[in-house]
Structures are given as C-alpha cells and as structure tokens.
Design a protein. Sequence first.
Length: 431
Amino acid sequence: MNNKELIEAFTSVAREKSIDRTNLGTIIEDLFMTLIQKKYGEDCDNFSVIVNMERGEIEIYQEMTVVEEVTDPALEISLEEVKQIEPDLELGDPFIRVIDPNHFGRRLINLAKQQLSQKIRDIEKETTYDEYVARIGEIATGYVHQIQRNVVFVNIDKTELIIPKSEQIDNDRYRRGQPIRGIIKSVEWTPKGPEIILSRSDDKFLTRLLEMEVPEIEEEIIEIKAVSRVPGDRSKVVVFSSDRRVDAVGACVGMRGSRIQAIVREFNGEKIDILNYSDQPEILITRALAPAKPIQLYIDEEKPYVVAVFEDDELPIAIGKNGQNIKLASDVTGYSIDAVKKSDYEGGKKKVIYLDEVPGITPAQLEILSKVDIFTADDFLDMDRNELLSLKGFGEKTIDKISNIILDIDNKYNSEISDAEEEEVAEGKTK
C-alpha cells in the first residue's frame, strides 16, 4: 500500500464523520507518533512525522547520530552502515533516516485506523459539547426517539438529548417520532460524552417563547421582569413597557389572545397570567395575587414580607390549588406572602413574632431560615420538623430550644392580653 492509498484509507474513515482534511492531517501525524512509540519505545523525540494531504504523502524522519558501536538503535547508526548510504559522513555527524510508513506492517496500520475511528468519535463528542454549551438557554426542536419511565430521549440531527422527569410537564404525552421543543438547560461532560438536558418545565422556556411570539420584547420595548411557573398548571409573568404608547400586557396577549394562546397550546393548557409591573410594592403584590383581591396589605420591605388580608370566601382563591397562586405571587414579587382571612386577622389579635426578635437565634441561623422563607415564629412552628432537621445547624435540641422560647413569648403575650381584657371588663362593671 503506497502513501496515497494509505491516506485515502484514512480519509474514507474520516469522510463518514465529516472531519475536514486539515484536522485529519494532524490526527494522522499523532497516530504515526503513537505507532513509533509502540515500535521504538516511549523516548522517541528524535522522530518527526509530516503529512501532506494535498500530495498524499506521509513522511517519517528519524534523526540519528553516527557512532562506532551502536548501543541504542533508535538514536544511533554505525559508521560502517552509514558509509554505505552517505560515504562523506564521519563519527558524531547527524544522520536523517527516512522511514516508509509501510515499514510498520499491516497489523499496526490497521490498529492506527481503529485509533483514528476512536479519535474521530472523541472529536465529535467534544464538538457536540462545545456546540451545545454555547446554546444553553436557547430553544431547540427535535424528535422523540425513545420513551422510558423517568426520561425521554430526543434526537436533534445525530445528537441525543434527554428530558428527565423533573424537566417534563406533568400532562405531556409523548409518541415516538413526534416533534418536541424545549430549552437547552445544561450540558455536562460524562465518561460517555456530553449529557445534554432539554427542559420543558424551566421558567426560561416560557421567557424564550414570549421573546419569539412578541416582537416588542425582542425590540426591547417590553421587558420581562419576572417569571414563575407551576409547569402544566399556572404561570405568572411580570412585564414592563418602556414606551407609554405600548400596553405591555396587551402586546403579550395579542389580538384576541393569539400570541399567548400559541404558548398555552405548547404547554397543554397551562394558564398564563400576564401582569403589568409597578415599582410600588402594594400595587405589584395586589396584581400578582389576582384573581383574588386583598382588602389590606401589611408590608415589611426589609424582610421582605407581606401579610395579605382577604375576605373569608376569597382566601381559597388567593392561596390557589396546592398553594400555587400564593407561591407564584411570592416568586414574581420577591416577597414572602402570608394570606389570612379577615375574620381571623381582626378577631384573633394575634401578634406576629419575627424571628430576629426571638432571643437565642443567631444571625447565621436567621440567614439559613430566610433562604427557605421562614421569617416569623408561626413560619418556624408550622414548618415540617424533618425539613427543619435537614437545615445546617438545626438539630433536635436546637429546634426544641427555639420552639420553647417562641411558645414562652406567645404565652406571655396572650397572658398580657387576657389581663388587659379582664381589666376592661372590671372597669365596665364599675361604670
């Protein structure tokens, strides 16, 4: 097999994988250096390989030193042998030997072709990884290839992406071969190559779809301030228009709901509430709690925390199915919201005890609790004990200690209220 035939054999393997000739030349050079190491040992710095893809040539050079007696055949050549090739050379002179690639034998050449295939696969994986890392946050469209209990495999061209159960919409129904869209959420490198996660439940998927459907968002006239979803059930989106002539909500909804309905269909009927942004917290929170309408808001902007008071029959609407409405409203406003009935709020005279007022709770513990939306004594006492135990620094003794302090403060307050009421009654009788 001559050099051209050898290169053509390598090229045919690379052509199937769309590897360009420049990269192929570099790969062949590396492969022959590997063959040299196998034949002559690891110390082969005196060898060089040059591949000319245009002329179909593979040139292998071995730099040697002329010696009287050879001790290392990879580095030295005897004076007697070199005189037959170049009579003018003397002891200590350098000598360059040209090695025919076929010198390595058919078995090693076949091994090189196998290694070439492996290198090409590695390059493909690296190329795919780099391509999809650059596309994180973009919408991708593919076809369902395989459906398993907790994961759906999607093909885009020759690349496989996965939708784990946590990234699916609960009411999605998949069929092999059906087109499907999602957002490229993450790309991780694994021993098997890149693992690309496609998400249909991520908040950013809704954001990207709105950007596609609403030109005013792309033109930066309308800004999406916040998005929160309960995938498949309900979403809330806060939008703001920098142009007073453009109604942000109307632009997102579209004529007769045309724009928003396209997204609702994508999400299998998920209800999407579009809200106008306001820099006044009470207005923004009121809009976010729709369809319920609070009759009173008690706002602590530092925490940030809100007690929203509703008519008794409106409270279930404010909380929503499985607490969805209150959760979404909290997410898009950035406030932890407690919804209470008017009758409970007015009749209970219950004092709100903030945890930073409770002695014995350290600043570090307050910070950990705030991250899971625990700001008040009631939040702490109502929290599932196992969830509290999962927090760093909260063991059984710590939880019991804080709970007892809270209960003591509450009992003391209730006792003071009771004494005050008795005094009022006594004064009334005297009068």
